[in-house]
Design a protein. Structure first.
Length: 360
């Protein structure tokens, strides 16, 4: 690979979606120079056969490595001339896989092609991944405008890191997929500043809900107003509105989230018993009373202290915990007042007038 001596500058590419610096030159020993390049990594960096290389607007597949190199990696990359749309039933996801389509005559030579005319038999080269290993014989794919059925993986060709599938022309149409992503929370939602909203999303294919649910990506039109996590949890940041988008298999849906200000505190209290009527207790009867605090109608956790005003010989007060107490009637013909005091603000007291009555 002395070619690299004439091209010392590094260029930015992505290798398996990771940005890297490499040297790329035309492989002059090949007949179609534009489809084949030679690539050299920076010192102490590596790449491997089967890696996907994106350089500018072109996508390449690493097809060969110079095994003699120690400090750097040198290899050959070949232009991916087609894209395979492969639907995985394992993940319910449609993948776009860069691939090389060729024929047996030129498989080991420096040439590849787009399918512009019908070939009875072609070969497809793809990176060997957990996704491509799911491709099985008899599956039919559309390559260009033609349909091809996977026949087998050739036994006479072996390239570690790459899968090579033999395919034959088919009159049977490849399965088409129509995906729809729907945010089940509705078109709009109002979320209080500082609060969260979990989005519920359904993805269908030709009207059938997908299971397992495929990967869903989320985005916010204005992260200063609301953010959204990878699991669809929306967090309201500041008052205003933004649009949250959920996308799966190329299909999207949106919800407009309005972030509203936190209302001013408005505390209210209740003091009651589930035993009715809670305003009276008969002789030797014991009733449990519960104190509860609310802020704008929403229950909040709060501790109370309990007390009773009235003839102490007529009742027994027992504190159960910070929210509950019991009152037992010892004498009839008395009226007492049960009080619950908010520990965080002793000026806030809620009361209940209780009549102590005879049994009959």
């Amino acid at each position: 690979m002395s070619d690299f001596e004439d091209s010392p500058s590094y260029q930015t590419v992505t290798i398996n979606s990771v940005s890297r610096k490499v040297q790329i030159v035309t492989a002059t020993n090949n007949s179609t120079k534009e489809n084949y390049k030679k690539m050299l990594s920076k010192p102490l960096e590596t790449f491997a056969v089967g890696d996907i290389v994106v350089w500018g607007s072109l996508t390449f597949l690493v097809t060969d490595i110079d095994e003699d190199q120690v400090i750097q990696t040198k290899g050959e990359i070949q232009l991916c001339n087609n894209t395979l749309s492969f639907y995985s039933t394992t993940t319910s996801t449609l993948y776009s896989i860069p691939c090389i389509i060729t024929n047996k005559i030129t498989l080991n030579e420096s040439e590849n092609k787009y399918i512009t005319t019908v070939d009875n038999q072609v070969y497809m080269m793809v990176s060997n991944t957990s996704t491509t290993r799911q491709i099985n014989p008899s599956e039919i794919f559309k390559l260009g405008i033609y349909n091809y059925e996977v026949v087998s993986t050739p036994d006479d060709i072996s390239i570690p890191g790459i899968l090579i599938f033999k395919m034959k022309y088919s009159e049977v149409e490849a399965t088409t997929h129509t995906f729809v992503t729907t945010i089940l929370n509705g078109a709009t939602a109002s979320v209080q500043q500082g609060s969260t909203l979990q989005l519920n999303v359904e993805v269908t294919d030709n009207g059938t809900p997908l299971s397992p649910t495929p990967t869903i990506t989320y985005s916010s039109s204005n992260i200063l107003k609301a953010t959204v996590s990878s699991s669809g949890l929306v967090t309201a940041i500041a008052t205003g509105s933004c649009v949250i988008t959920a996308t799966s298999n190329g299909a999207s849906d949106t919800i407009t989230v309005s972030v509203v200000a936190i209302p001013a505190n408005n505390y209210t209290y209740t003091l009651s018993s589930t035993s009715t009527p809670d305003s009276e207790i008969k002789l030797n009867q014991t009733k449990t009373y519960t104190a509860q605090k609310y802020n704008n109608g929403v229950a909040v956790v709060q501790t109370f202290t309990f007390s009773v005003s009235g003839d102490t010989s007529a009742y027994t007060l027992t504190t159960v915990d910070g929210n509950n107490c019991t009152v037992k009637c010892l004498k009839s013909g008395y009226t007492v007042v049960l009080s619950a005091t908010d520990v965080s603000d002793v000026t806030k007291v809620t009361t209940k007038s209780i009549t102590l009555k005879s049994l009959f």
